[in-house]
Design a protein. Structure first.
Length: 249
């Protein structure tokens, strides 16, 4: 994102994408690789001056302000009949508790930081989702893989230049510390209850999943880009929901 949106004298986090050497472009990886202090920003030349040297920065790296990231609490709310997501999370230190999500066309809760098109946020961290009810998510145009869906999107490259087309990050862990506990999922449309990618420090426990007779085989999907620190305990299944934790390896 442009630094003039960030302001002066803000601590900065750089999110680095490693560029493929192939002309058609492999999927890039995303990682936090540097922190610094912005001293000045010239909006006419778009030249930024930092307090300390930045080693290894490359063209198309992204910069985000760490000072301008708010915390967020959502408790005792109803999110119903939204044309897209119930909640779209793009911050740090978030608590989602005792909410009801009913018949949103996409995921009830989604976090999908992207370095492709919107550039709205960097990776999220420290999120707790507890004691919520998820009913009939992902039935329409905004449907994704899970009622709760966490991933990061990185661009495809063509001839060394990023395009506005991208893919879900399949390498590395850029999202951190996500806890999903004590929730109830009532499923009707054939997506997973929880689908998680690119996360370090994941706890999924004490959740209940109910699936109707029309759309069976619903589960928790944790990709191979999630670290070995995943903790999956005491989740229960009713109807035709499948007691399965899928790791895409």
């Amino acid at each position: 994102r442009d630094l003039h949106r960030v302001g002066r004298r803000q601590r900065q986090m750089c999110i680095r994408d490693r560029v493929s050497t192939q002309s058609t472009g492999k999927r890039k990886t995303m990682q936090v690789f540097n922190q610094n202090v912005l001293v000045s920003w010239d909006s006419s030349t778009r030249i930024a001056t930092f307090k300390n040297p930045i080693q290894g920065i490359e063209e198309y790296d992204l910069i985000e302000s760490l000072d301008n990231i708010p915390s967020f609490i959502s408790m005792n709310n109803i999110y119903r009949n939204n044309r897209a997501r119930g909640n779209l999370l793009k911050s740090h230190h978030m608590v989602i508790k005792n909410n009801t999500y009913e018949y949103n066309t996409g995921p009830a809760i989604q976090s999908y930081p992207d370095g492709v098109y919107w550039f709205e946020s960097g990776p999220v961290l420290d999120i707790t989702i507890s004691d919520c009810k998820f009913i009939g998510s992902n039935y329409g145009i905004a449907a994704m893989e899970g009622d709760v869906f966490f991933a990061a999107q990185v661009p495809d490259f063509f001839e060394g230049v990023p395009t506005t087309n991208g893919n879900t990050l399949s390498e590395g862990q850029v999202l951190k510390s996500i806890k999903i506990t004590g929730n109830q999922f009532s499923q009707f449309y054939g997506t997973d209850a929880i689908s998680i990618y690119a996360t370090d420090g994941l706890i999924i426990e004490n959740n209940v999943v109910y699936a109707n007779d029309v759309m069976p085989d619903l589960n928790f999907n944790v990709s191979n880009s999630v670290s070995s620190s995943v903790n999956f305990n005491r989740c229960y299944y009713n109807g035709r929901a499948t007691p399965c934790l899928t790791r895409n390896v």
